[in-house]
Ligand binder design. Structure first.
Ligand SMILES: [Cu+2]
Length: 105
């Protein structure tokens, strides 16, 4: 028999996968990890570890999404509904960049 225990997201480490949920940290004006592979429909949480606002977005011809401002200590999600490789940027810090690769489920 398989026992399903409750899973706590924090403490599993950078980029840890929980079902179709992933977490990206925003720390020292960088996204961690810099590259993440997920399946289509996955929810990626962007957590702000800093004392100032971040604002993650994707703007590609195939897929666009925007978290809006993410206040310090808070998180916002993006659901990646299309396959492809998408660059995530921060609207406030142009040097911040990561890639999310989305494959078929
Ligand atoms: Cu930022």
């Amino acid at each position: 028999m398989r026992i399903l225990a409750p899973i706590i997201v924090l403490g599993l480490g950078v980029g840890a996968a929980i079902g179709a949920e992933f977490e990206v940290r925003q720390s020292e004006k960088a996204f961690l990890p810099e590259r993440l592979s997920v399946s289509k429909g996955s929810r990626v949480r962007f957590a702000n570890d800093e004392k100032f606002v971040h604002h993650a977005f994707v703007d590609s011809p195939q897929f666009a999404a925007d978290t809006g401002d993410i206040p310090p200590g808070e998180a916002r999600d993006i659901v990646f509904a299309k396959t492809g490789a998408f660059i995530v940027r921060c609207a406030i810090h142009p040097q911040m960049k990561m890639t999310v690769e989305v494959s078929e489920e």
